[in-house]
Design a protein. Structure first.
Length: 174
């Protein structure tokens, strides 16, 4: 039941993101240079939606295949009757399927980040940094220098990761 709920949520998310992508302004009036930016963003969003659909389909396929094998009945009994080579082969197949599912989930997460866009990511990042900086300031007021240093390091790591993400997504730095 949980598997079906996860799949349904993933499909609904893809559908919603697709609607968001279609609803983006076309840049028809206004600033000439922005029309190209809107068009490029829309194309990137469409590619992200397609990648999401493919990843969800792959995830669903893997989960369905696992369910069919598990529902076949008595696999545990059969596992005990298998030779060591058969067990090893089955375990390797399970590891492969698990890795494929994890890859699909990673793809889904990456594409959702792409759909959010720079402005949303920037806002979320700034809010997270503000919280860390407030905690760091409190630690300094309490003379917790080691704690403040650890928080400053976390803040710097978050900033570095964010900068790398922006670069990976093709957004220039401010």
């Amino acid at each position: 039941m949980k598997k079906h709920l996860i799949i349904a949520l993933a499909v609904a998310t893809v559908f919603a993101m697709g609607l968001v992508a279609f609803a983006q302004p076309g840049g028809g009036g206004g600033f000439g240079g922005q029309r190209g930016n809107f068009q490029a963003r829309r194309e990137a969003q469409m590619k992200a939606v397609e990648a999401l659909e493919q990843a969800v389909a792959k995830l669903k396929e893997g989960m369905t295949a696992m369910g069919q094998r598990g529902a076949g009945g008595g696999q545990r009994g059969n596992f005990q009757e298998m030779t060591e080579e058969q067990r090893t082969q089955l375990m390797e197949q399970m590891r492969t399927r698990r890795q494929e599912q994890q890859d699909a989930i990673t793809t889904i997460e990456t594409q959702v980040v792409m759909l959010k866009g720079r402005r949303q990511l920037q806002t979320e990042h700034e809010e997270a940094l503000a919280q860390l900086q407030a905690i760091e300031a409190q630690a300094k007021r309490e003379n917790a220098t080691q704690t403040a240093a650890m928080i400053a390091k976390m803040t710097q790591e978050k900033q570095t990761n964010f900068d790398q993400l922006m670069e990976k997504m093709g957004y220039s730095q401010n």
